[in-house]
Design a protein around this ligand. Structure first.
Ligand code: NDP
Length: 393
């Protein structure tokens, strides 16, 4: 039996993961589930999956969960805070950690999993974006296994040779074609983008996801974060990555080889496919996903990305080129700006403005230690808060 810890169990990635795990109770058992504040959902998940541990990031919520579980007679142990998240990511009985927390909050537990040599199923791209160098070093040092479940990176992983540790070029790869749906505003004019609401931004044409990643998809910051993620995961230079807008989200990404071959991974837009792939890799298991019906789809379209309407995408390419903590700073500014947009304190186009100003105004450092990363993350958040006050008045 493979022991699995699901970080962010109450979220969109968490529930897709639990759906796959529930189909294979003979192969996987849930060691730990974690959440931030959603006690009601955690109570239900603990009743369904009977994990050894349940962690709430907020200690008041952990107390509520403990009381609730006691009333139901469950024997799941309840832990709280970042220490609890790190603990369940490093347990001996955990073989595999699903990193499904949203944002920078997922970094420390994901690092704990790396330092304990686990198989990490990485959805939490922000953790890698903010700490790429350090994270990849720790994965290597502690012999952890990092498997992407972001659908694009999982697709690229599937199209690459099984061992690409000696680099893309040595394996005959010319470039990566990273597909993007274009989000809900693919055809919206710059003028109209000024007035879009959080509700409109969170309505994605092809995927059902948490609110933060939905807004990132709408600004195309998500694709930008994925460019940075791909650079770290596949040791790619930004020039080796071409973003391709593909509105149907059927091709999840492609790898182009020197001989002209282009390998693509296709499938229904359902996160259970990459999750099942990475859980069982190198084997395959049923994910409960609808079969792809090419006759229904009939047409696949491709477009160039429009950097003028989606400036966040350019900012991400810039951050990779600047190096060091530039990506940490961009990620932190973006998290603050997206929250302000969701709270109706900032306009949609204001998100890119805040990101640009913070990236321009702060200096970057070598991102080799956690202290430097966390310090630049904090500075960027403080500056983003100030900038939001400036641009929204
Ligand atoms: P959701 O918002 O749906 O879920 C987030 C999860 O993280 C919840 O379990 C939430 O708990 C928990 N959480 C939030 N804040 C904290 C915190 N401070 N400390 C500890 N836990 C916290 O997000 P998604 O599932 O959509 O996304 C998760 C990650 O996966 C993101 O990084 C996203 O970019 C990535 N991803 C998501 C995809 C998708 O299809 N959804 C696709 C590819 C990548 P609670 O419910 O209690 O608030």
């Amino acid at each position: 039996m493979i022991g699995v810890t699901v970080l962010g169990a109450t979220g969109s990635i968490g529930s897709s993961t639990l759906d796959v795990l529930a189909r294979h109770k003979d192969k996987y058992h849930v060691v730990a589930l974690t959440a931030h504040r959603n006690v009601k959902n955690m109570l239900k998940l603990c009743a369904d999956f009977k994990p050894e541990y349940a962690v709430m990031a907020l200690s008041d919520e952990a107390e509520k969960l403990a009381v609730g579980l006691k009333e139901c007679g469950g024997d799941t142990k309840v832990l709280a805070g970042v220490e609890g998240l790190e603990y369940v990511s490093s347990l001996d009985q955990t073989d595999c950690v699903v990193a499904g927390i949203v944002g920078a909050a997922g970094l420390l537990p994901a690092l704990a999993a790396a330092r304990s040599g686990k198989r990490i199923l990485l959805a939490n791209k922000e953790a890698l974006v903010m700490s790429g160098h350090l994270f990849m070093d720790e994965v290597k040092k502690y012999n952890a296994e990092l498997l992407p479940i972001d659908s694009e990176h999982n697709a690229i992983f599937q199209c690459l040779p099984s061992d690409f540790s000696d680099g893309l070029t040595a394996n005959g790869v010319r470039r990566i074609l990273l597909t993007a749906s274009g989000g809900p505003f693919r055809k919206t004019s710059l003028e109209a983008l000024k007035n879009v609401t959080p509700e409109q931004a969170c309505t994605h044409p092809n995927w059902e996801m948490g609110r933060k990643i939905s807004v990132d998809s709408a600004t195309m910051m998500n694709k930008g974060l994925e460019v940075i993620e791909a650079c770290w995961l596949f040791d790619a230079a930004p020039e080796q990555i071409q973003v391709v807008v593909h509105p149907q989200s059927v091709i999840h990404s492609m790898v182009e080889y020197l001989d002209g071959s282009v390998l693509a991974q296709l499938g229904s837009p359902d996160m259970r496919t990459p999750i099942a792939h990475a859980l069982s890799w190198p084997e395959r298991i049923d994910a409960g996903v609808q079969k792809l019906n090419l006759f229904d789809i009939a047409t696949l379209e491709f477009e160039k990305p429009d950097f003028s309407r989606f400036p966040c995408l350019q900012l991400a390419f810039d951050a990779v080129k600047f190096g060091g903590t530039a990506s940490t700073i961009l990620n932190a500014a973006n998290e603050v700006a997206v929250q302000a947009f969701l709270d109706k304190q900032l306009s949609f186009v204001g998100i890119a403005k805040v990101n640009q100003i913070v990236l321009d105004e702060l200096s970057y450092h070598d991102a080799l230690t956690l202290d430097v990363i966390l310090s630049d993350d904090k500075m960027a958040r403080e500056l983003a808060d100030d900038v939001i006050k400036r641009v929204s008045h």
